[in-house]
Design a binder for this molecule. Structure first.
Ligand code: COA
Length: 158
């Protein structure tokens, strides 16, 4: 039983994230979407809201579950007996940060491999911050986020 962790802030989850999740589910028996508290990012949605927004999108991924974690990602991955961490790369600019994280995580937990997958074309300019910003000014973001996130953004911004 191979377990993979898909970590992020998911504030909120986007179609780009779901694309990475879909690919992780094809590679692993079990995938845990790990929502980082990320207090330094001052998330727009609370831990509970982000958890619910992810959870409502897991129906089509029987291998996936979602949890919130605090502290080091590598400690969480070890607790869950994961063999890998998966992350999406949208552009070359993402690479440097991902490279540093992967190396630090390898230093802290050499038994856990980091896998980087290329984001599907069409999602490489999506980010949760841009989605929130654009939604705040009333533009339609339904192309970038699942239906429940679209509704939650509308409700929270109104
Ligand atoms: N498609 C579209 N957008 C994507 C994407 C994809 N496939 N993958 C990431 N993004 C976007 C996100 O929406 C997010 O946008 P934002 O910055 O505007 O909010 C951005 O890319 C990166 O966010 P995310 O993937 O959620 O990662 P993060 O940088 O917020 O989180 C953690 C990084 C949580 C994995 C990292 O900080 C962590 O591990 N924290 C725990 C503490 C720890 O262990 N630190 C040491 C790490 S070595």
């Amino acid at each position: 039983m191979k377990t993979c962790i898909y970590p992020g802030t998911f504030d909120p989850i986007t179609h780009g994230h779901l694309d990475v999740l879909e690919r992780a589910c094809r590679l692993f028996d079990k995938v845990i979407v790990a929502i980082a508290e990320s207090q330094s990012k001052e998330p727009f949605f609370s831990n509970e809201e982000r958890l619910q927004l992810v959870n409502e999108n897991l129906e089509r991924f029987p291998a996936a579950s979602v949890m919130v974690f605090e502290g080091l990602l590598i400690d969480f991955a070890k607790e869950q007996s994961a063999s890998a961490i998966i992350r999406g790369l949208r552009a070359v600019s993402d690479f440097e940060f991902e490279f540093q994280m992967a190396n630090m995580n390898r230093h802290l937990g050499p038994e856990i491999e980091t896998i980087l997958v290329m984001t599907k074309e069409g999602y490489n300019y999506t980010s949760s911050t841009l989605v929130k910003q654009v939604a705040e000014y009333g533009a339609d973001v339904s192309q970038f986020v699942p239906e429940n996130v679209h509704a939650a953004l509308k409700a929270k911004l109104s």
